[in-house]
Ligand binder design. Structure first.
Ligand code: ZN
Length: 680
């Protein structure tokens, strides 16, 4: 599972946009931001610590990163059967066109191609709707005729005109393949979805096919259908398995080649066992082998380097079975993991000193150590749009029997926040230069700490009174739970204990998070909601609940207030100490609601504070945000790894370079990792 909580937190972080380099850091001239087009912003990430890995570890990262890139075409084809053909047509015109490249049609095609690269296909990566091309079919047909036909994805004996006739409706006709994944209730989800996981099969036929396979008494069920396309051939419904010798063999063989090399430099026997099982699965395509691999992977805890390289998430299949191919290679961030270990090892102290009624406290509490990782490369369905946290494996029985690994990706978090610095957001929404300075000095640090406290302690704190059903709060449960975890973090951020533990540098730092949290909860998170709508998502509700509740309860003392300057609304915090007391009071109340299972109180507090939006304020915030011209979606450009070899071909070093541009990278990948035929 992609860690949705962390993704959402990060969006909030980005929106608070007060994440400049920490005060104690040397100024950072790394170029985080690359180009912006359509609704997308490209960002670079730094792989801190790569240089400090041993040569053998660098070699391992190198082999695994090659394996991560070899599967790129698989995802393009999974996302739609014409994607590889369309990509090749666009790329050929993009590089070889001899006409006027400043022409509106050419520029429209360029943006379209950049979006196709980003989405690994012709549908939006998030909304799933087909792109509307800002260039004409006449222009594209004429342009295709000017380039070398040998470079075009022509079928046997096909002319350029015939290729255009075949493909143009897919690009230009809005009624053809309008959605990659259709979830509309009542329609045949397979026939109306453009994804390439099923061919000539109705939803009913697919459901019947898999229903027959399932054995309700199997305590260890495999994830049926996850590694195949379901087709109907000669009237018979059958699976075409993605494996060596099967569908996608050309790409999978290349992946296996690099995995074999990686196996040779594995850090230890457990990691070697993981790689061996994965290779075996790519060969036999047997889902029992996949489960065996997943179990070995969960057990691999001591290696510095870790990776995912397989068919993994099923969000791209309307039936939620077929898994898209993805890869990430990473290594443990020792420094950041030390931070979460410090928090976890003091979990009992935090529980004992929290402001909640002692009846609701745990006698013995165990903190969770969140592992923080540094991503080295991303591929497939994690590239270039990516998750910020990952929690795998997805198999439920393996999760219960063997556990799972949950990680947050530290260098992505950092790149997001650094890239947001200087985008004008803070200048627009923060009340004065003093608060901006506060956030520039401490923002990154306290943001990470708040997330750590939320994850490592907040969710695990407190207990239900005997006999209270955990589902009592029903639809309000998740908002209350997130509020509880957030408040636990907010309350302790201001505690001297954090300075004592060396987690915060001084007694001022917490104010950065307090200010940004209030600004976000009261105002800026609203930029993600369309005018006229209410707040629905649980994390957004929880932030509104907390911010509005403490503002109201502290109103008599003007703890927090809205102020107007030049007709614009700002949040001003007047008393940080009292604000902390209010967070403590609300934590006590929210914990009571949870512990007692007080449904009425949960409903009242959520409905009164967390749902409705002041339409005047909302319109103002949207208007101010729009003027900043920020892209709502971000994606990452990978670094380039190069193996340095001696005369015998032994690797003597692996270098890393960050200068490759977006189009340059995509064209290189399309050239070096073009592993699949255009029509699969
Ligand atoms: Zn949470």
């Amino acid at each position: 599972m992609k860690n949705k909580f962390i993704q959402l937190t990060m969006i909030a972080t980005m929106l608070t946009a007060c994440n400049a380099p920490k005060g104690n850091e040397v100024a950072d001239d790394f170029n985080y931001n690359d180009e912006q087009f359509a609704d997308l912003q490209m960002i670079r990430y730094k792989v801190q610590g790569f240089e400090d890995l041993t040569l053998k570890q660098k070699e391992l990262v190198y082999y695994l990163s090659e394996a991560a890139l070899e599967g790129r075409d698989i995802l393009f084809d999974q996302n739609g059967k014409y994607n590889l053909t369309i990509r090749k047509m666009l790329e050929t015109v993009y590089t070889d066109f001899k006409g006027d490249k400043t022409d509106e049609n050419f520029k429209g095609m360029e943006t379209y191609l950049k979006r196709v690269w980003f989405s690994n296909g012709i549908h939006h990566h998030y909304g799933c709707e087909k792109f509307v091309p800002a260039f004409t079919p006449e222009f594209f047909r004429a342009a295709l005729k000017t380039v070398d036909a040998a470079k075009l994805p022509l079928a046997d004996g096909q002319t350029v005109d015939q290729l255009c006739d075949e493909i143009f409706p897919v690009i230009f006709d809005p009624t053809i393949m309008p959605k990659r994944v259709n979830q509309a209730d009542g329609e045949d989800l397979l026939l109306t979805s453009a994804c390439n996981y099923y061919a000539d099969v109705t939803q009913k036929e697919a459901e019947d096919f898999y229903a027959k396979m399932k054995d309700p008494n199997d305590a260890q069920p495999v994830m049926f259908g996850m590694n195949s396309r379901l087709v109907k051939e000669n009237g018979k419904v059958q699976e075409k398995v993605w494996k060596v010798g099967g569908l996608y063999t050309e790409a999978i063989e290349k992946i296996v080649y690099w995995l074999e090399k990686a196996k040779g430099v594995a850090e230890n026997d457990q990691q070697k066992a993981v790689i061996e099982k994965l290779i075996q699965f790519y060969h036999d395509g047997d889902l029992k082998t996949f489960d065996a691999y997943a179990i070995e992977w969960v057990k691999d805890l001591d290696s510095r380097i870790d990776f995912v390289n397989c068919f993994t998430e099923s969000y791209g299949d309307p039936l939620g079975m077929k898994a898209s191919w993805e890869s990430i290679v990473n290594f443990k961030d020792l420094e950041a993991t030390k931070r979460t270990e410090t928090i976890s090892s003091n979990a009992q102290w935090f529980e004992d000193h929290s402001p909640v009624d002692s009846r609701f406290k745990k006698e013995t509490v165990k903190g969770v150590t969140a592992k923080v990782i540094t991503a080295a490369i991303i591929g497939g369905d994690l590239y270039p749009a990516t998750a910020i946290g990952i929690n795998l494996p997805n198999s439920n029985w393996i999760r219960s029997a063997h556990g799972s690994k949950s990680v947050t990706i530290g260098n992505f978090t950092e790149a997001y926040s650094k890239a947001a610095h200087g985008n004008g957001f803070a200048q627009e929404f923060v009340v004065s230069p003093a608060e901006i300075k506060l956030m520039e000095t401490y923002g990154d640090l306290t943001d990470n700490l708040h997330t750590d406290l939320h994850e490592c302690l907040g969710h695990g704190s407190g207990k239900l009174l005997p006999g209270v059903d955990p589902d009592t709060l029903k639809a309000y449960g998740s908002t209350i739970e997130e509020a509880r975890a957030d408040l636990f973090g907010l309350y302790y951020l201001a505690d001297d204990k954090l300075v004592e533990l060396g987690l915060t540098p001084d007694k001022e730092a917490y104010k950065a998070q307090y200010y940004s949290y209030m600004m976000n909860g009261l105002m800026t998170q609203l930029v993600r909601i369309d005018l006229g709508n209410v707040i629905e998502e649980a994390h957004m509700r929880n932030r509104a609940l907390i911010a509005r509740w403490v503002m109201e309860k502290g109103a008599a003392d003007k703890v927090v207030e809205f102020v107007k300057k030049d007709g614009k609304t700002y949040v001003q915090v007047n008393d940080y100490k009292k604000l902390r007391d209010l967070f403590g009071q609300l934590l006590a109340e929210i914990q009571r609601i949870k512990s007692e299972g007080d449904f009425e109180a949960a409903r009242d507090i959520v409905e009164n504070y967390a749902v409705q939006i002041d339409p005047v304020l909302h319109a103002e915030i949207l208007e101010r945000y729009k003027k900043l011209n920020l892209a709502p979606y971000k994606g990452f450009i990978n670094p380039v790894y190069t193996a340095v070899t001696d005369a015998e071909g032994n690797i003597t070093d692996v270098t890393i370079d960050y200068t490759e541009g977006y189009a340059e990278q995509m064209l290189r990948y399309s050239n070096e990792y073009a592993n699949l035929p255009y029509r699969n």
